[in-house]
Ligand binder design. Structure first.
Ligand code: NAI
Length: 416
């Protein structure tokens, strides 16, 4: 085991083949392969589990992996004495009672960025689709109509794309767009280093006034809520296009519909909506349906086999780094620590209630046993403290027992 690489390079106090990993909801095989390669037992189920079934399973499971359908409530966690960590093999984590998991000493990990490339590629495809009205042509031929049209169809080379939100996805769009000859402008609320020849705009208005294609890649926040409305659409060039694969709350649909109907905008590509069905349906309704040159997709920007595989690897990596080294980097409900391994030391992990004096008590316990602390890192939030401690002597069983008796203790684990 090492801190930077979740492998079995160091001996551990636990036998890895006794660690049970339960992966639900058809999580990609890439995750199973990583756990199995590290010597853990892995059980895969294709379905989600209800609360009672989950509770029963969690009695013997050390690592749980879910996607969006399994609800992990405080009740499901209450008796999960062996559970060490939980992985959401998706972006969202609101299916988990994160506070209950934290107070139970269980960090929760997710995969916020594994589908970045998939979204960026879809945006490039859609920019070309809009410029060539390919959605309409395809629909027509499917309906038996042969409409060979060149007017208002364009190459994208030399045109300008304006990226709002220059984060993981926005930057990838900027890089790929330049590769096919688009000029790239971006606007972000924080200062960002431009990629390649991408150019930063000082204001949103400057970007809207210059871009032929405006593509949104901001998160859903109070600030971005309905940030594109009638005023912003009016600032866009006549004949330009809007693309939204960020969140449905970012764009006001009625003024967008009006701008498309009036011809002010020449088209739009929309992947996300103010209200989206929770599962697949046959009666989805949007004002944008049946407008010319409007590409509508059902929130599939990040939905590819490659993204699923990357999500499997990203979350499995985080879980393995926690199990093998105690690292909580990327945990959504836990103080984050990653401490390099010092050869020859013995590592103890402790989660405790965040009240004054815990570190003093823990250090007393260690010094009473004549052990030296070679490395120690503590991070806290309002509720808990998370401590990683490397000792020079293997007094860990005694230390473990003594810390376990502290009133503040939530979880203590000897790593090696
Ligand atoms: P990110 O966090 O890496 O980047 C977001 C960027 O937006 C940051 O640079 C931030 O500074 C900027 N930003 C925030 N508020 C802003 C504002 N008011 N004005 C200008 N810039 C602002 O996020 P990432 O990974 O690039 O994702 C962006 C969006 O894409 C998210 O909303 C995410 O939910 C969505 N998404 C959609 C998918 C789909 O299937 N359609 C899949 C994956 C992500």
């Amino acid at each position: 085991m090492s801190d930077s690489q979740p492998s079995s390079a160091h001996p551990t106090s636990f036998s890895k083949d006794k660690i049970k990993v339960l992966l639900l909801e058809n999580i990609h095989e890439s995750a199973k392969e990583m756990f199995a390669a590290d010597g853990f037992q892995v059980e895969m189920l294709s379905t989600a589990l209800g609360e009672d079934e989950l509770k029963a399973k969690l009695a013997s499971v050390h690592v749980l992996g879910i996607r969006s359908k399994t609800q992990v409530s405080a009740a499901a966690l209450a008796d999960a004495k062996r559970l060490l960590a939980l992985g959401c093999f998706c972006i969202g984590t609101n299916q988990v009672d994160l506070q209950a998991a934290k107070l139970h000493g269980v960090p929760v990990f997710n995969a916020p960025f594994s589908n970045t490339r998939s979204v960026a590629e879809m945006m490039i495809a859609e920019i070309i689709m809009l410029a060539r009205q390919l959605g309409d042509r395809s629909r027509e031929v499917h309906a038996g109509k042969w409409r060979k049209v060149a007017s208002n169809c364009h190459e994208v080379r030399g045109k300008t794309v304006g990226i709002i939100g220059y984060g993981h996805i926005g930057r990838q769009v900027g890089v790929l767009a330049e590769m096919i000859g688009l000029r790239v402008l971006f606007y972000d609320r924080t200062t960002k280093l431009p990629m390649g020849n991408n150019r930063c705009c000082a204001s949103l208005a400057e970007l809207l006034a210059e871009a032929d294609f405006v593509t949104l890649h901001v998160p859903a926040t109070r600030e971005t809520h309905e940030m594109i409305g009638a005023a912003e659409l009016a600032q866009m060039k006549r004949g330009s296009y809007l693309l939204n694969a960020s969140r449905g709350t970012v764009v006001q649909i009625p003024p967008l519909t009006a701008a498309l109907k009036s011809g002010h905008l020449a088209g739009a590509a929309v992947d996300v909506y103010p209200e989206e069905p929770e599962s697949n349906v046959d009666n989805f309704k949007s004002e944008l349906q049946n407008l010319p040159n409007v590409v509508l997709t059902p929130h599939v920007g990040g939905s590819t086999g490659e993204a699923q595989a990357a999500i499997g690897r990203e979350v499995a990596t985080s879980l393995l780094k926690f199990i093998n080294a105690g690292s909580t980097t990327g945990a959504v409900n836990f103080p984050q620590i990653e401490m390099p391994h010092l050869p020859g030391t013995h590592r103890i992990l402790n989660v405790h209630r965040n009240v004054p004096g815990v570190l003093r008590d823990v250090n007393h316990i260690v010094s009473d046993r004549d052990a030296n602390i070679q490395g120690q890192m503590l991070a806290t939030d309002a509720d808990i403290g998370y401590l990683i401690m490397d000792l020079d002597q293997d007094v860990s069983d005694e230390v473990h027992a003594a810390i376990g008796k502290l009133r503040t203790n939530i979880r203590t684990r000897i790593l090696y």
